[in-house]
Write a protein that binds this ligand. Structure first.
Ligand code: URA
Length: 271
């Protein structure tokens, strides 16, 4: 939208602008975009540093790049903010306030956790999708409904008050990536200090790594179809990688293996 008082022939007062926006949302538009592509890398704050003057020291003498320095600074800032938090509420406030991640600008809601923080099991997913972004809670869309059914089948629920039967749920990213694209390595690196602290403060007994992204974040490994079903250690705790429910929705045949993983989890809890 522009500051122009008209837009394609409409008088663009606040009410009309809102009505136009709502109309587009009803038609299914869920991402703002411009008429022409915007090259963000060419914008002044993102532009590559200008070539070094002829008199500057050769590159080999200073192998650090400003872009890498900036990324490392952001991770260090995330670490400092996460470590300073002593409760889950403080951590949520710190993570929400952290401005280093660009995704925050495009997301509607901060999506920190759902379920019972006293649960023995903590599920770590990838990132909020459209419905999660709308509600500010993880796993509340179609994949989340399947997740609830899956864990319900072994007697666990995010609504349970009894810690023995409860689930606690979070994601690697707390802000929705545009168009549900995969999280980028830099985004995972920036959120990892918060996730690490989240696990420390929630103190679950077991972790479920739901899909590839939490395996990348917690294990530095990917290939969920090979990793799934094999108990490992993440953040110092027993952890079970499982196929993501969104994958199971697309690949119903894989539900058989997911059921085996749920039984393994249930046996571990009973044991
Ligand atoms: N997929 C995820 O990994 N997390 C959510 O919260 C929703 C979908």
């Amino acid at each position: 939208m522009t500051a122009d008082p008209t837009y394609r022939g409409f008088a663009l007062d606040a009410e009309t602008a809102l009505a136009l926006l709502q109309w587009q949302a009803e038609l299914g538009a869920d991402e703002p975009c411009l008429d022409a592509p915007l090259d963000r890398y060419a914008m002044p704050d993102r532009a590559e540093p200008s070539p070094a003057p002829a008199t500057a020291a050769p590159q080999a003498a200073n192998p650090r790049s400003p872009v890498r320095d900036e990324a490392e600074d952001l991770v260090a800032r995330a670490e400092a903010m996460a470590t300073a938090a002593t409760t889950l509420a403080e951590l949520a406030a710190a993570q929400e306030a952290f401005d280093g991640i660009e995704l925050k600008k495009g997301a509607r809601n901060f999506c920190f956790c759902d379920g019972n923080p006293a649960a023995r099991i903590m599920i770590i997913g990838e990132a909020p999708g459209e419905e999660e972004d709308r509600q500010g809670r993880p796993f509340v869309g179609r994949a989340g409904q399947l997740l609830d059914q899956m864990f319900g089948a072994i007697g666990l629920s995010r609504e349970a008050v009894d810690a023995e039967r409860a689930l606690y749920i979070t994601n690697v990213l707390t802000w929705r990536p545009p168009g549900n694209r995969r999280p980028e390595p830099a985004e995972i690196a920036m959120m990892l200090p918060f996730l690490t602290r989240h696990v420390e403060l929630a103190q679950p007994q077991l972790l479920v790594l739901m899909g590839n992204t939490p395996c990348i974040a917690a294990l530095n490994q990917q290939g969920i179809l090979k990793l799934r079903g094999k108990w490992t250690t993440a953040f110092g705790l027993p952890a079970l990688p499982m196929a993501h429910p969104a994958y199971l929705l697309r690949t119903p045949l894989a539900k058989r293996e997911a059921w085996a993983d749920l039984l393994s989890l249930s046996a571990r809890l009973e044991g």
